[in-house]
Design a protein around this ligand. Structure first.
Ligand SMILES: NC(=O)c1ccc[n+]([C@@H]2O[C@H](COP(=O)([O-])OP(=O)(O)OC[C@H]3O[C@@H](n4cnc5c(N)ncnc54)[C@H](O)[C@@H]3O)[C@@H](O)[C@H]2O)c1
Length: 337
């Protein structure tokens, strides 16, 4: 089992990555914890033993279950169980569970510690790391939330054995993103090292910009601007990681359009996406003007069209991008098929 530290001063925590890591849960619980509330979903099917008296609280499935009603249900269940501020919430599941349980933990009694046990690849390399928690509103995704760093994260690679093919693809979309942030050939690494490396890349960014104030943390959104727009315009037919994969290739085409990178670098983006088994084509039938409008509404948009783009200085936040360049990049995507 590999230990990756996330250095946040007094709120530093460890991420354990490896086969059977879940059996080390008791070791990473905060000192003095008397009880644990384990939050999970019926479909996850993973049992953990926190080693202290515990209750299991089930939440609903899928993105629609990640809402304020779920937070209320969880907090009420914590209260009925008698969970105290010195106890712990253990979130066992994919990003839907860790985001929702994490936010409930941030809110209940004004904050109880949470330990994440992510059970999807996307959760292990991304969603459970970094302390962002939150839920959706009918008006949009992740609109209510809190920065609430976990006390620890336990990424047990054994748990991934039951993941359906599509969930692997979703995690691979985020992994491909890390590939471009550092240039590491992650695919050359065994799975455990690959996950640990992704965690370490995210940990370094999060430690340098924990609350997304300097623009550095925004680079973790590489590929996400078109990705989010595709998810919304396509009414969520595309899963997040699949949409990010398309968004990464689009970001490369846009960077080339702006003269920031050369065609060989665009080709490299396409080759990496292919190597991860992902499809870079924009689904047919989507209105490019609608995509443009959705991208202009992106959270990091700062009043102008803003993207995370590759360039001579690496991947960085670029604002003031002209709509004409975005249209041209979308046309390049269409031409490439
Ligand atoms: N907080 C963050 O920094 C952050 C980052 C990225 C994504 N997210 C959020 O994460 C969510 C997506 O997470 P996700 O892709 O893990 O989706 P998810 O939580 O819905 O899980 C996907 C599916 O996998 C199933 N599953 C989970 N573990 C399994 C296992 N071991 N074996 C078999 N099936 C299993 C689940 O039941 C679910 O049906 C989104 O809501 C997104 O906004 C958050």
């Amino acid at each position: 089992v590999i230990t990756v530290p996330v250095r946040l001063g007094q709120r530093s925590y460890d991420v354990l990555v490896g086969e059977g890591a879940r059996h080390r849960l008791l070791e990473v619980l905060p000192v003095g914890v008397a009880r644990a509330a384990v939050v999970t979903q019926p479909s996850v099917g993973v049992e953990v033993d926190p080693g202290v008296p515990s209750t299991t609280v089930l939440m609903g499935e899928g993105e629609p279950a990640k809402d304020l009603e779920a937070v209320e249900e969880l907090c009420r269940a914590f209260s009925r169980f008698g969970l105290a501020r010195t106890d712990v919430v253990v979130a066992v599941g994919g990003g839907v569970v860790t985001d929702t349980a994490g936010f409930a933990a941030a809110s209940y009694h004004r904050g109880v510690p949470v330990v994440h046990v992510p059970t999807t690849l996307l959760g292990q390399v991304d969603a459970a790391i970094g302390g962002k928690t939150g839920v959706n509103l009918p008006e949009g995704k992740n609109l209510v939330g809190a920065f609430w760093p976990p006390a620890a994260v336990v990424c047990d690679t054994d748990l991934l054995a039951s993941l359906p093919e599509r969930e692997w693809r979703c995690g691979n979309g985020e992994m491909a993103k890390y590939h471009f942030l550092t240039g590491d050939d992650l695919l050359a690494l065994p799975l455990e090292d690959r996950i640990a490396r992704c965690v370490a890349i995210k940990a370094a960014v999060v430690a340098a910009d924990p609350e997304e104030r300097t623009g550095l943390r925004a680079t973790l959104n590489y590929g996400h601007t078109l990705g989010h727009a595709l998810e919304v315009a396509g009414r969520f037919d595309l899963r997040h990681g699949e949409a990010v994969a398309i968004g990464l290739v689009f970001a490369a085409e846009l960077a080339a359009e702006l003269g920031r990178i050369d065609p060989a670098r665009v080709a490299e983006h396409r080759a990496v996406i292919d190597a991860y088994g992902l499809d870079p084509s924009v689904p047919p039938g989507l209105d490019h003007e609608e995509l443009l409008m959705l991208m202009a509404r992106d959270k990091k948009a700062l009043g102008t069209l803003t993207f995370v783009l590759d360039g001579p200085a690496g991947v960085e936040l670029v604002s003031g991008v002209e709509p004409a360049a975005v249209r041209a990049a979308l046309a390049r995507m269409e031409a490439a098929g």
